[in-house]
Design a protein around this ligand. Structure first.
Ligand code: IPM
Ligand code: MG
Length: 355
């Protein structure tokens, strides 16, 4: 297993550090793992003057899988857009063709009271958001700023999806639904956007190849509401880049904390980049307070999707359940019964032991 480790910025190095300890444990057991580390985002800007430098690009292309922490920080806010850490993240996704972003939202029963929703609304929640990751308004041209006909400055971006881009992500959606409860919800804004009208047509057409999967369509505003009203109605959601960005942050709150949600970004050949869905949390960086579980669960996804090692994935996932059952909590997932938080490193210790 050739794995590139990109700790990134903010809390990135701390949380990725815990996942690396698990990889080292597997290595000691004889799992053939080779790790190399690199820089992305602000850390890369500091070292090379660019958020996605050539060295990182070469390392990323050569690796079979990438474990990423998170990027960004206030220190970079004044840089021109092209040099900001987030651009490094978008560039690596695009360069590697990681179009399928899998964001599972699973509520561990122990965390039911950490969610901001009533326990009965979220108990048993297990949904998968599939977000298209290399298209949409994120990458559309033209974009920029200009002076309009009235002489006023305006900013503009372009939303677009080509049929082939919709088809391939729709297939990921249907295939994923097939392995779960055979229900797929496609989320769009087809009552307003031309891009979404095409999206809906194409998803419907692809659905003819999957008669065993029940397809429904939902407008994104309604989906945002339904996610907090009755989230268990969903099993697999497939949607475009920007809607998926927003809905997956919302879904993370159902799972108790954004510190719990992993993700996998895959190309057409199971090469993947694995990262927590949360940001770099500069306010708590370096304080041993961040929750490493989303990163550790991202490592489990890597073992399952890129290396076909469901056995190792399950060991990691069982380890996470075990430490939660032991009552161990980082600050973001404390509740009245478990008010005392442990630090990032102590959570890492417990996870390594449990695994
Ligand atoms: C995410 C993040 C990124 C995105 C940012 C940091 C560019 O919010 O992975 O969800 O918008 O895709
Ligand atoms: Mg986001």
């Amino acid at each position: 297993m050739n794995i590139l480790i990109l700790p990134g910025d903010g809390i990135g190095p701390e949380i990725v550090g815990q996942a690396v300890r698990i990889l080292e444990k597997f290595q000691r057991e004889g799992v053939p793992i080779r790790m190399e580390s690199g820089v992305l985002g602000g850390a890369a800007y500091d070292q090379y003057g660019h958020p996605f430098p050539e060295r990182t690009q070469q390392q990323a292309r050569a690796a079979q899988a990438i474990l990423l922490g998170c990027v960004g920080g206030p220190k970079y806010d004044t840089l021109p857009r092209a040099l900001r850490p987030e651009q490094g993240l978008l560039a690596i996704r695009r360069d590697l063709g990681l179009f399928a972003n899998l964001r599972p939202a699973l509520l561990y029963p122990e965390l039911a009271s950490a969610s901001s929703l009533k326990p009965e609304v979220v108990a048993g929640l297990d949904l998968m958001i599939i977000r298209e990751l290399t298209g949409d308004i994120y990458f559309g041209q033209p974009r920029g700023r200009r002076v309009n006909a009235a002489g006023e400055e305006e900013g503009f971006d372009t939303m677009h999806y080509a049929v082939s881009e919709i088809e391939r992500i729709a297939r990921v959606g249907f295939e994923t639904a097939r392995k779960r409860s055979r229900r797929l919800t496609s989320v769009d804004k087809a009552n307003v956007l031309d891009t979404s009208i095409l999206w809906r047509e194409v998803v419907t057409r692809v659905g003819r190849d999957y008669p065993d999967v029940e397809l429904t369509h939902m407008y994104v505003d309604n989906a945002a509401m339904q996610l907090v009203r009755a989230p268990k109605q969903f099993d697999v959601i497939v949607t475009g880049n920007i809607f998926g960005d927003i809905l997956s942050d919302e879904a993370s709150m159902l799972a108790g904390s954004i510190g719990m949600l992993p993700s996998a970004s895959l190309d057409a050949n199971q090469k993947g980049m694995y990262e927590p869905i949360h940001g770099s949390a500069p306010d708590i960086a370096g304080q041993d307070r961040a929750n490493p579980i989303a990163t550790v669960l991202s490592l489990a996804m890597m073992m399952r999707y890129s290396f076909g090692r469901a056995d190792l994935a399950e060991r990691i996932e069982r380890g996470v359940r075990q430490v939660l059952a032991q009552g161990l909590r980082t600050a973001d997932i404390t509740d009245p019964l478990h008010p005392n938080a442990i630090g990032t490193r102590a959570m890492g210790d417990a996870l390594v032991d449990a695994i």
